[in-house]
Structures are given as structure tokens and as C-alpha cells.
Design a protein around this ligand. Sequence first.
Ligand code: ATP
Ligand code: MG
Length: 190
Amino acid sequence: VSGRGGASRATPATKTADTLRLFVALWPEESLQEALLAESARFAALGRRLPARNLHVTLAFLGAVPRERVDDIAEAMRTAEPPACALVIDRLGYFKASRILWAGASEVPEALMQYQRRLCKRLRSARLHSEERAFKLHVSLLRDATRPAPEQMQTGLRLDWSVKDVALVASAQTAEGSRYRVLTRVAASG
Ligand code: ATP
Ligand code: MG
């Protein structure tokens, strides 16, 4: 790719060696990922279960971004001031359009909602964030899923998630599906 170091033009980022597919996420500790995975076991017949290492909450999806902008993204994550908060994963849901079965929270901390909005605002002012979809906090558990019966969605699920940081994650498409790599973490405060 040419043009590096020159005045940056508004060229749409494409998938080249110079770009990364990025998103900002809440990244659970392994033990929580395993607990979330356990919850999807009884739905195995309904779709494709995501492996434990892939389970997360996306706060902002950036898509393909030039590598040299990683620091700007980390800066936006930091200046938006992530709040330490307690998230309780206690419900299941189903997205009909994307055929995703997910785990979520019946009460999302307001501080987290506000952070998500501040983050998107900062990313947009840095000409980074394109996604405008309304934010719905969720952990995808199953892909290509058929909708479970309502009684199957009833659950005694209760996973306490103490959110201590936010993560900038790179996604690589492989033959086995997406592989994620946490590039940096920004500590939450409060
Ligand atoms: P795959 O695309 O291989 O099925 P994936 O969707 O998990 O796997 P990515 O497409 O790289 O992998 O997405 C990374 C994260 O960003 C996921 O949480 C995904 O739901 C979310 N995401 C992807 N595209 C968008 C989008 N257009 N808007 C909002 N979130 C998105
Ligand atoms: Mg995808």
C-alpha cells in the first residue's frame, strides 16, 4: 500500500496487510468464558456454539482500520473513561435477523451504557467508528441458531462479572472461523 507517511486521505480502509479488523470489547476472564460456554451446551442442537475463547461483549465495532491508528483508538478508549462496574449476566435472548442466541443482562449498569456512548462519540470524532446501530449488550453464544422454545429460554443463569477494563481486539478470519487477539487493555476506574 502506497501513500504511507503522506497526508492521509479519506480512502476507505480495505483488507490489506496494513489494516486490522478491530473492535472494542468487554473481555471476560477464562473462567467466565467457560461458564458462558457451559450455558450454551443445552442448545447445541440448535446451531453452532462459539468456543469459550471467543466469548465477549462488543462495545464498538470498527472494521478494517489502518494499523497506525491503534494508538488513537486506545486513546479514545482511555479518554472516554471506562467505569469499573458489576455486570450480572442473567438472561438469554435471540436475534432473529442474525440468528444469534445470546446471553445478556436484564439490568445493564447505566455507567456502562454511558461509556459506550462516550466511546462511540470519541471514535467518530476521530473518524474511526462507522457503526451506528443501537447498542444492545450481549454475548453471542450460538450462530446460525434456530429460535429456542420460550421455556428453553427460562434460565437460572447468574454470572457475576466484575468489569475491570476494556479491550481493543483484532479479529482474523481463519478456516476455523474468527480468531481474536487482545491488543491492549485500558483499566477501568471508580
Ligand atoms: P464471523 O464474522 O467470522 O462470523 P464474528 O462476527 O464474531 O465472526 P467479526 O465479524 O470480526 O467476527 O466481529 C467481531 C465482533 O464485532 C463480534 O462481536 C461481532 O458481533 C461484532 N460485529 C461485527 N460486525 C459488526 C457490525 N457491523 N456492527 C456491530 N458489531 C459488529
Ligand atoms: Mg462477523
